[in-house]
Design a protein around this ligand. Structure first.
Ligand SMILES: Nc1ncnc2c1ncn2[C@@H]1O[C@H](COP(=O)(O)OP(=O)(O)OP(=O)(O)O)[C@@H](O)[C@H]1O
Ligand SMILES: [Mg+2]
Length: 216
C-alpha cells in the first residue's frame, strides 16, 4: 500500500492531501520538500515525524534512526519562564557550564543574553533556542518545517553551517533559495496530491522541473 494522507474537513467531508507515495530515504540525504502553499509539505513532514497518522500505507523508520522534528510552531513548546541557559541545561543535563556557554555562543547568544527569559525573546531568538536544543540531541534524522522563517541572515548562516556539518539525514521545507542551493541533494515536489522525486541538487530540480524561470 502506498503512502497517503487524508484530512477531515469541518463539514465532515475529506480532503485528500497526497497519495501514491513510495520511496526510501537513505542516510545522509539532505532532502527539500517543495510545493505551493497548501500542497501538503507540512502534512508530509508530520507523517514522517510520526506526528500524524498516514491514511493509507505506512512510514517505517529504520533501526537506530532517531528523528527530531521542528514544526512551524516549534517555539510554542518552550517554557516561557525559563532562561536561555536553563532551557539548554534541561536538554543537556550533564553538560558543564562551559559547554553550555559555547553552545549558546554558537547560536549567537552572547554574554548576558543567556540569562534572558524565553518570554522576552524575539521569534528568531526562540527559533535559535529550539534548534540548539535539537542539534545537541543524539538525533540522526532532522525534520525541519520552515526553520529559517524568523531567523536573521547571520542566524540563517549559522543554521546552514550546522546542517552542512550534520552527518545525519535532513528533510526540510524552506523557501530560502540560498539555503536550498547550499544544502540539498534531493528534492521531493508535492504537486496536486502527487509526489515527484528529483535525485539531484536544487539546481537540478529547477532545471528538470522547468521551474527555473518561474522561480521567485
Ligand atoms: N490538522 C489538519 N486538519 C485538517 N486539514 C489540514 C490539517 N493540516 C493541514 N490541513 C489541510 O491540508 C492541506 C495541506 O496543508 P499543509 O499545511 O500540509 O500545506 P503546506 O504545503 O505545508 O502549506 P504552506 O506552504 O502554507 O505551509 C491544506 O489544504 C490544509 O488546509
Ligand atoms: Mg507548511
Amino acid at each position: 500500500m502506498t503512502l497517503g494522507k487524508v484530512w477531515p474537513r469541518p463539514d465532515g467531508s475529506e480532503k485528500s492531501v497526497f497519495g501514491g507515495i513510495t520511496g526510501v530515504i537513505r542516510r545522509q540525504e539532505k532532502i527539500a520538500v517543495v510545493g505551493v502553499n497548501g500542497a501538503g509539505k507540512s502534512t508530509f513532514l508530520k507523517v514522517l515525524a510520526g506526528q500524524a497518522e498516514p491514511s493509507t500505507g505506512s512510514m517505517n523508520l529504520g533501526a537506530n534512526v532517531y528523528p527530531g522534528y521542528f514544526s512551524q510552531h516549534a517555539m510554542d513548546i518552550l517554557d516561557p519562564r525559563k532562561t536561555v541557559l536553563e532551557t539548554l541545561q534541561d536538554s543537556m543535563p550533564t553538560a558543564h557550564l562551559g559547554t553550555l556557554r559555547n553552545l549558546c555562543a554558537a547560536f549567537l547568544f552572547q554574554g548576558d543574553d543567556i540569562y534572558k527569559r524565553i518570554d522576552k525573546l524575539s521569534g528568531g531568538e526562540k527559533s535559535r533556542v529550539v534548534l540548539a536544543t535539537m542539534l545537541v540531541q543524539p538525533i540522526n534524522l532532522l525534520i525541519l518545517d520552515e526553520p529559517t522563517n524568523h531567523l536573521d541572515i547571520q542566524s540563517r548562516e549559522t543554521l546552514l553551517a550546522a546542517l552542512q556539518n550534520f552527518t545525519g539525514t535532513v528533510v526540510l521545507v524552506s523557501h530560502d533559495r540560498h539555503f536550498l542551493r547550499c544544502l540539498i541533494n534531493r528534492v521531493f515536489e508535492i504537486d496536486h496530491g502527487e509526489m515527484r522525486i528529483y535525485n539531484g541538487n536544487y539546481e537540478y530540480y529547477l532545471e528538470k522541473s522547468g521551474r527555473e524561470h518561474r522561480a521567485a
